[in-house]
Design a protein around this ligand. Structure first.
Ligand SMILES: CCCCCCCC(=O)SCCNC(=O)CCNC(=O)[C@H](O)C(C)(C)COP(=O)(O)OP(=O)(O)OC[C@H]1O[C@@H](n2cnc3c(N)ncnc32)[C@H](O)[C@@H]1OP(=O)(O)O
Length: 213
């Protein structure tokens, strides 16, 4: 697992973010539209043809593998393919993670694309978001990886406006213990605890942030 140096200025990071964010937002909108559309089957077939043309245009020049986790010389993270925060990933909600005094938090909205039980967020999605947030809270001095995470689902998490937070409770050597929650307007819906590990291989390498700059 290697982090990639993207040797560009902070201004260029911001410029590229400005280019990709609206594109990804539009694709995210497309996903929601496909789930909820009630247009005719002819209209669906026409849409499929036009979308396939756009896909072919984008495929005309592609990188070989995934985007990877990149960073600038100023250590600004560019995890733009990330499943939770990726600027270029329409599958990501995306979460905008803010660092606060006791850890990290994020306010976000989950729509139809994240449904599990009727009208509610899929349990795996809750687990994914909490995994990321706890990992982010634990990655203060460099990336660490989920060793073990446990999720307790207290009650269904309704689709809609939500918030989440995570914080570190203890550190023992390379192991950081973290907790976190997802909440709706009525309070906590699910909580997580886990152990996150600074890999042996990373101890002597410079810290790189996973998070967005
Ligand atoms: C800012 C954005 C943050 C994003 C966060 C994203 C979170 C993720 O999704 S990460 C992806 C999911 N996780 C993974 O893929 C991890 C896969 N596993 C690994 O790479 C390795 O097993 C890794 C790094 C966890 C541990 O490897 P290594 O550094 O060799 O650990 P090792 O030296 O054997 O053990 C160190 C300590 O951790 C403990 N440990 C090792 N593995 C685990 C585990 N899975 N669970 C709990 N504890 C563990 C050991 O018991 C040991 O404890 P102690 O020091 O008390 O004896």
């Amino acid at each position: 697992m290697e982090f990639i140096l993207e040797d560009i200025s902070e201004a260029e990071v911001a410029r590229r973010r400005g280019v990709y964010t609206p594109l990804t937002d539009t694709v995210r909108d497309l996903v929601d539209a496909v789930i909820r559309t009630e247009v005719s089957e002819d209209a669906l077939d026409d849409a499929r043809r036009r979308i396939a043309e756009v896909v072919a245009d984008l495929r005309s020049k592609q990188m070989d593998g995934p985007y990877g986790v990149r960073h600038t010389r100023q250590n600004t993270g560019m995890a733009w393919g990330n499943a939770v925060i990726g600027v270029r990933n329409a599958l990501a909600p995306p979460l905008d993670v803010v660092h606060v005094d006791d850890g990290v938090r994020s306010d976000f909205t989950l729509g139809a694309a994240y449904e599990g039980p009727p009208g509610c967020v899929h349990g795996g999605v809750c687990a994914m978001l909490l995994d990321h947030l706890l990992g982010n809270a634990a990655s203060t001095e460099g990336p660490c990886y989920t060793g073990t995470i446990t999720i307790r689902y207290l009650r269904p998490t309704r689709l809609g406006a939500l918030s989440a937070r995570a914080w570190v409770t203890e550190r023992t050597g390379r192991k950081l213990y973290a907790k976190g929650t997802i909440s709706d307007a009525e309070g906590v819906t699910c909580e997580a605890e886990g152990v996150f590990i600074v890999p042996r291989s990373a101890v002597d390498t410079p810290a790189v942030r996973w998070s967005q700059g």
